[in-house]
Ligand binder design. Sequence first.
Ligand SMILES: Nc1ncnc2c1ncn2[C@@H]1O[C@H](COP(=O)(O)OP(=O)(O)O)[C@@H](O)[C@H]1O
Ligand SMILES: [Mg+2]
Length: 310
Amino acid sequence: MATKISFLNIKGGVGKTSLIVNVGACLAYMGKRVLIVDFDAQSNASIWLMRLDRWNGLNHHPEKFILSVFQQNEHSIADCIQKDVIKDSDDEAALPGLDLIPASFNLMDLEHEVANEMGIPFYAHFFEQLQSIEDGYDFILFDCPPNFFYSPQCAIFSSNWILVPANPDALSIIGFHLLVEKLHKFKAESSTYAESLSSPNPDILGISLNSVKPGTRIDVPVERLQAQLERFIEQGRISAKASIFPEQIRHSVAVGRAVMQGMPMVLLGKSQGSMNVAEDFIKTAQRILSLTTQANEPQLSPDTPVNETH
Ligand SMILES: Nc1ncnc2c1ncn2[C@@H]1O[C@H](COP(=O)(O)OP(=O)(O)O)[C@@H](O)[C@H]1O
Ligand SMILES: [Mg+2]
């Protein structure tokens, strides 16, 4: 079964898209089968991975975008998949194993204009649709907009985990507080469907600090964020396993440049002399891999027989 993770923060510009593209690429590089689903109408992840010309060309085929899954003539989610999405200059797969379901700007219509005639909320419909393709993947990663409208609801409802990309500043602490509140509220509102469909009821996996300028002191905001995290854990509002990842993504102009090149850092690192930030993404991907693998392993219970080794 695929591990499904929403990359979510109520703040924009904190590095959600940069993290999802780069971590997704690292996981594929490690041999995992990865699908990124772009749930942000800004389509940044889609344009990055497909490059502007290919993404522009696809705009003549609205049935290839995520919005079509919710429209009346309901297209199959499988038809939206861009297999091995990153291509090299010969149009060959540059990173086999990394697929994308792209967004277009029209995804914003989901919030107002697309009539829901399915009889169930969009998030429940998406959850059912996703089941038809998820066995083909080890990881399904959802890029979310900085809000709690319909499209991120679809991502959250289908996810096992929420990963919070954040910047080490005071605003991130307020943003994290709000995110936990909104997550709680959405879980309560969707609980009937969560029960009837046995959806995963996601917990917070952790906070990944992004765009950290080398040499800048960030201990004060990080301590405050840690204190906030611990308060939520004590209150039982988030999993005791949630943590601020010890690995941080450093600030590097190479990340912005990678968008222009339509490449993730793991494929660019060596050639661009920016191996450092590429390694940050690799370490973060390894952290995600180990945390989610541990969580999938059966836990020992007091009744489980333990082999005596002495
Ligand atoms: N580690 C980094 N170093 C430098 N710039 C970064 C880094 N991560 C993201 N950025 C830049 O910050 C901006 C916002 O990042 P983005 O990933 O689009 O955030 P979000 O998806 O949360 O809105 C982009 O211009 C991006 O290139
Ligand atoms: Mg984004």
